[in-house]
Ligand binder design. Structure first.
Ligand SMILES: [Zn+2]
Length: 84
């Protein structure tokens, strides 16, 4: 029984991690909006920045804010004001 619960939690942590599934935002169809619903449409740097901002209160705290800043600064450094 214990292994079954651990396996379920591990699977849930792969498919719908709580730290990416914690927004109160709900689609009009009733499904909770997850971080991936938004970030899959973004480029790598900006998507990662949004990911770390999305989860920082539920996972990495200040470290996640610093990671978000890193990706934003890297994007500015490499892409500047371009749309990409
Ligand atoms: Zn929907």
């Amino acid at each position: 029984m214990r292994e079954t619960i651990a396996a379920y939690e591990a699977q849930d942590n792969v498919n719908h991690p709580k730290h990416y599934n914690s927004s109160p935002a709900i689609c009009e169809c009733g499904r909770r909006i997850e971080c991936i619903d938004i970030t899959r449409h973004m480029n790598f740097n900006i998507g990662n920045a949004v990911k770390y901002l999305w989860r920082y209160l539920n996972k990495g705290g200040l470290e996640d804010l610093k990671k978000a800043r890193w990706y934003i600064e890297d994007h500015i450094k490499h892409w500047g004001n371009t749309v990409s």
